[in-house]
Design a protein around this ligand. Structure first.
Ligand SMILES: [Zn+2]
Ligand SMILES: [Zn+2]
Length: 85
């Protein structure tokens, strides 16, 4: 991570940590560390109250296929962090 500016904490919306929808907060997916959340089971989002329009907040498109827009969080992510993978 390279944060060149000194305003990293300044976020306009209510930021939050949401449960990773892809692994359902377990940090694992099919016995492997979840690639979305890195095995933490939670993901930082810019606004946890705003659902991802693409997957309707589910975090995945189909079983086993994470939503690339929200990275499986089910919530809107910062624009500069649109894609987790
Ligand atoms: Zn996960
Ligand atoms: Zn999504």
């Amino acid at each position: 991570m390279s944060e060149a500016k000194g305003e990293v904490k300044k976020l306009p919306k209510e930021p939050g940590i949401v449960t990773c929808r892809f692994c359902d907060g377990t940090g694992k997916y099919q016995n492997k560390p979840c690639e979305i959340c890195g095995g933490k089971g939670e993901v930082e989002v810019v606004d946890k109250n705003r659902k991802c329009q693409f997957c309707k907040g589910r975090g995945y498109m189909m079983a086993g296929i994470p939503c690339t827009t929200c990275g499986g969080t089910g919530a809107t992510r910062p624009l500069n962090k649109q894609r987790l993978f």
